[in-house]
Design a protein around this ligand. Structure first.
Ligand SMILES: [Zn+2]
Length: 336
């Protein structure tokens, strides 16, 4: 049977073996980097547990379709909400949400065979929520399967982890991503480029393949990344201010922009080090070579690190303008 997942044959086979033996676990932990298909796999598991066909999951029956569409009464996702706790308003998965799940899972499934509760991202459960959830796991209700989805499992209590069947999803190879894009009708050269740019994040590659505006945005981001080198201090400060304003309106957009810059500078570094094979922006080799000839290896390496640090600091709610000013003032300057 095909679960439509790319490059996750191992995780899928492990899951299928358990289901074939009729030994579904009470709780699963799906671990892996962003955008590799953890959530898709969780929904496939929910389908496999509830499908009306003999070949499960068929993907076609009304149950499978409603699960995929997020409208099946017995398949729920618990995710980050803003709520009040001891330290004020906070984003996270809160104990009140876990209590609600306890209440619902005490009831029999409404329409299907097995209730499935997906907690995504599970590591966003705060301490109180994790403790409450641990109690649920210690005496799991019948006809319920929990699926914890996590990028950083180290933030989960060891006692929670030890009660889950763990499946690791890895980044698929670029060849797997390219093949998947070709199969969806993406033209050859474009498929190769998108696979490279995705660095294995299938979800991203498929999204870009469907939405040309995302590639246009990449053009703008790369132009900006290239322009940095020739900017003076005043220009850099003005850009930092503009980007900080952009961050307030659209944080994810700015983080994506910094991600594109980082990809560019990582490529500059690769070219500078004589490893052109690993370059992601393969359609831009001439510009990358030109840039690499103008900056030092150390300068490019330091800026790649600084871009990663800046992204983390922005996610942790540091002062955006300060973070961006520091970042831009440290960008390598092209040697005249
Ligand atoms: Zn089905």
């Amino acid at each position: 049977m095909s679960w439509g997942l790319i490059g996750q044959e191992r995780a899928q086979a492990a899951l299928e073996r358990g289901l074939a033996d009729g030994r579904a676990a009470h709780a699963y932990l799906f671990v892996g980097p962003e955008r590799v298909g953890k959530r898709t796999l969780a929904l496939k598991l929910a389908q496999a547990l509830n499908c009306e066909d003999d070949e499960r999951p068929c993907g076609e029956c009304s149950t499978c379709r409603r699960i995929a569409g997020g409208i099946h009464a017995d398949v729920q996702t618990v995710t980050v909400e803003e709520a009040e706790d001891d330290e004020g308003m906070r984003k996270g998965i809160h104990v009140s949400q876990i209590r609600e799940i306890e209440r619902v899972t005490a009831l029999k499934p409404f329409e299907g065979l097995t209730r499935v509760v997906i907690i995504d991202p599970a590591e966003e459960m705060n301490a109180a929520a994790q403790n409450a959830f641990l109690k649920t796991l210690e005496e799991p209700p019948p006809q319920v399967v929990f699926v914890l989805v996590a990028v950083d499992e180290s933030r989960l209590l060891p006692t929670i982890r030890s009660r889950c069947r763990r499946l690791e999803l890895r980044l698929p190879s670029l060849a797997d991503v390219e093949a998947a894009l070709l199969e969806r009708g993406v033209e050859g050269e474009r498929a190769r480029l998108l696979a490279r740019l995705s660095r294995g994040r299938v979800g991203w590659a498929l999204e870009v393949a469907d939405d040309a505006s995302l590639l246009e945005r990449r053009e703008e981001s790369l132009a900006q990344a290239r322009a940095l080198g020739s900017m003076g201090v005043a220009e850099r400060l003005a850009l930092a201010e503009r980007l900080a304003g952009g961050f307030r309106r659209d944080p994810e957009g700015l983080l994506a922009e910094l991600g594109a810059w980082r990809g560019w500078w990582r490529d500059v570094l690769l070219v500078r080090s004589g490893s052109e094979d690993g370059v992601a922006n393969i359609d831009r080799l001439p510009e990358l070579r030109e840039e690499a000839s103008r900056c030092s290896r150390e300068g490019a390496a330091a800026f790649v690190r600084a871009l990663g640090d800046a992204g983390r600091q922005l996610r942790e709610n540091a002062q955006p303008r300060l973070v961006l000013e520091t970042l831009l003032l440290g960008a390598p300057a092209a040697e005249a």
